[in-house]
Design a protein. Structure first.
Lengths: 113, 116
């Protein structure tokens, strides 16, 4: 299986704190994407980082990619209660259909008011 | 707003009774995907259509089939649902363009399927 791993599986923090989630993947990628899923809802795309990029920002989100370690991290700064959700990384692997994604197992983030 | 719509949001069926889940999109995207997601797990790709070309994942059970009659609609058919098929089923779309590698996927809110 090419499914990646994310850690931690669950993270509980206080509002205003930063949250960091990590993701590892198996083989070379075209890009890595992060998604958010509120309970009982579909996934929402947050950010895409290409294999030749090392860092990307979007609002309070910062994503890094280390292709030598086959890992990525998602940092949410100044977290809010509304950030409570599951966060998934998804790898678009090189070769074959690069428009297919393999999702990690996700991190459940709880932000306490 | 352009979007991906799944109906119904909740579906209950009986063990062994065929069921069809539907997905429509107003994004005019050329790729449509079906995922199965069980509780606290990652979404698992079942199959996808690139335009009219159907692509099945190797480990998708034969019990699951799909139809895409036109660009906007895609259906997931479960011929004889078993208890293990209870899950959230997510439809997603993306648009592939020549020279552009990979695009984000846009998801519907899913259909939660229960089997009695």
């Amino acid at each position: 299986s090419q499914q990646g791993e994310e850690d931690p599986q669950a993270l509980s923090i206080q509002e205003g704190e930063n949250a960091t989630m990590n993701c590892s993947y198996k083989t070379s990628i075209n890009n890595l994407q992060w998604y958010r899923q509120n309970s009982g809802r579909g996934l929402v795309h947050l950010i895409l980082i290409r294999s030749n990029e090392r860092e990307k920002h979007s609002g309070r989100l910062r994503v890094t990619l280390d292709t030598s370690k086959k890992s990525s991290s998602l940092l949410i700064t100044a977290s809010r209660a509304a950030d409570t959700a599951s966060y998934f990384c998804a790898a678009a692997y090189s070769g074959g259909s690069n428009y297919k994604l393999t999702f990690g197992k996700g991190t459940l983030l709880t932000v306490n008011p | 707003d352009a979007m991906v719509i799944q109906n119904p949001r909740y579906q209950v069926t009986q063990f062994g009774k065929p069921v069809t889940l539907s997905c429509s999109q107003t994004l005019n995207h050329n790729v449509m995907y079906w995922y199965q997601q069980k509780s606290s797990q990652a979404p698992k790709l079942l199959f996808h259509y690139y335009d009219k070309d159907f692509n099945n994942e190797a480990d998708t059970p034969d019990n699951f089939q799909s139809r895409r009659p036109n660009t906007s609609f895609c259906f997931l058919d479960i011929r004889s649902p078993g208890l293990g098929d209870a899950a959230m089923y997510l439809c997603a779309t993306s648009h592939l363009q020549t020279g552009i590698r990979s695009q984000p996927q846009h998801f519907g809110d899913g259909t939660r399927l229960s089997i009695l």
